[in-house]
Design a protein around this ligand. Structure first.
Ligand code: 5GP
Length: 129
């Protein structure tokens, strides 16, 4: 069965996309820790991050860098935190989270809620940064 992220890539499930190239796609996390919390995923479905082929492993950081710079331009924050977890969705991905303190990276905290319109506005601002 395809992962939920593969279904997003195929367009079967909607997402608030902020960037895409031939190998990667970035979209807003549906249950964000912070405004602008973004996921970067390879289009190829591989469960564990360190099982990615070396070309995707080495490509995901430059792609994430370009997305992180855009997020930092439009979301007030001290820096962009980076995390790889994968306990919920078995499709390798990088979390990019605008942070001001260590607590902003606490995945056990309650997540923020945004309306579809609010997600759209955030995604457009990042995309166009
Ligand atoms: P992890 O696998 O790294 O523990 O967490 C997966 C992340 O994917 C979570 O932060 C969760 O909110 C996000 N997520 C799960 N399902 C969806 C979805 O259908 N759409 C989007 N945009 N994010 C999702």
């Amino acid at each position: 069965m395809p992962s939920i992220f593969t279904r997003i890539i195929r367009g079967e499930i909607p997402c608030h996309k902020v960037a895409e190239d031939d190998h990667f796609i970035a979209f807003l996390d549906i249950n964000p820790l912070r405004e602008g919390h973004t996921l970067v995923i390879p289009k190829v479905e591989v469960d564990k991050f360190f099982d990615l082929p070396i070309d995707l492993l080495s490509g995901i950081m430059p792609f994430s860098q370009s997305v992180a710079r855009k997020i930092a331009k439009v979301v007030p924050c001290d820096r962009i935190g980076v995390s790889v977890i994968g306990l919920e969705v078995p499709h390798a991905h990088v979390h990019l989270i605008p942070i001001n303190s260590l607590g902003d990276m606490d995945f056990s905290k309650p997540k923020l809620k945004f309306s579809p319109e609010e997600f759209n506005v955030i995604a457009e601002r990042i995309k166009n940064a």
